[in-house]
Design a protein around this ligand. Structure first.
Ligand SMILES: C[S@@+](CC[C@H](N)C(=O)[O-])C[C@H]1O[C@@H](n2cnc3c(N)ncnc32)[C@H](O)[C@@H]1O
Length: 259
């Protein structure tokens, strides 16, 4: 059942109410995400941080349709969930570096990073994008079309775990180049294990919000999300199947390079 005491959000996004098993695991809009967005993200309160603004004004090269999608997303009441834009750009550069063709977006929301992925891979590349909420997908689709990458993005509107299991059952293990995990936090471990199966050797599993506004440093006894993220961070530190970097960008981004 939902344990709301661990969070400061007074309203739960509709997508959480649609989740098959409603539990704390689906609550990703906790205080951590909110305060991170207010203080850290360049497209929200981060504009008050001169260093963040310096980074943005000296490095962000946003595709015009990504900029339009960001503007549209900022009208949504859950825009706090939007990926950090310079982080998306960084991941796009990583995808180009490893010549990624087949990618996975786990938690698509209004599609900013799915579009970013589609723009970063070749014409014959694919993005499999997992999302629960059709309303978000409807926001995303016109932007995918306008950018001319609609046919590259295969949106699966169902629980992400189901999509990942279906991909594995269909024999697609070892065929993906890049995966980005950004959905419900208590399922991260399951997403990580499946993503690691799905990416090839040398492929990358990127994991968002691994710092959870710093709460992972000393998780409170009733803060199950911070505890889960901390446990995953500790597990990855010892995981011999990967090489690893944890970046302080955005709300914390882990890069797991499959050995
Ligand atoms: C932080 S947002 C993703 C932001 C997105 N990566 C971007 O580029 O802006 C998390 C998304 O995960 C979705 N989500 C939550 N639980 C899910 C689940 N079990 N399966 C699929 N999507 C889920 C939510 O509806 C929400 O849109």
């Amino acid at each position: 059942m939902v344990v709301i005491t661990a969070f400061s959000c007074s309203v739960i996004p509709p997508c959480l109410l649609l989740t098959a098993t409603i539990s704390v695991s689906v609550l990703f809009c906790g205080e951590g995400a909110v305060s991170m967005a207010l203080h850290g993200k360049s497209h929200s309160g981060g504009k008050d941080d001169p260093v963040v603004q310096y980074v943005v004004s000296h490095s962000l090269r946003e595709h015009p349709i990504l900029a339009n999608l960001k503007e549209r997303t900022l009208q949504d009441k859950w825009s706090v969930m939007l990926v950090d834009t310079e982080q998306a750009q960084f991941m796009g550069n990583l995808m180009k570096l490893i010549k990624a063709k087949k990618t996975l977006e786990i938690g698509m929301y209004t599609g900013y990073n799915a579009l970013n992925m589609a723009l970063s891979i070749p014409e014959n590349g694919t993005v499999v994008a997992c999302e629960l909420e059709n309303d978000y997908v409807e926001i995303a689709r016109p932007f995918f079309k306008e950018a001319g990458v609609e046919s590259k993005i295969d949106v699966r509107i169902q629980p992400a775990m189901q999509t990942l299991d279906e991909l594995i059952a269909a024999g697609e293990a070892g065929t993906f180049d890049f995966a980005f995990i950004d959905a419900d936090k208590l399922n991260y471990d399951g997403y990580y294990e499946r993503s690691l199966q799905l990416v090839r050797k040398g492929g990358i599993v990127a994991i968002d919000n691994v710092l959870w506004s710093g709460r992972v440093v000393n998780p409170a006894a009733d803060d199950l999300v911070s505890q889960a993220l901390d446990a995953l961070n500790k597990k990855l530190h010892k995981d011999e199947r990967i090489d690893l970097s944890m970046l302080t960008m955005g709300d914390g981004l882990t890069l797991a390079f499959k050995r």
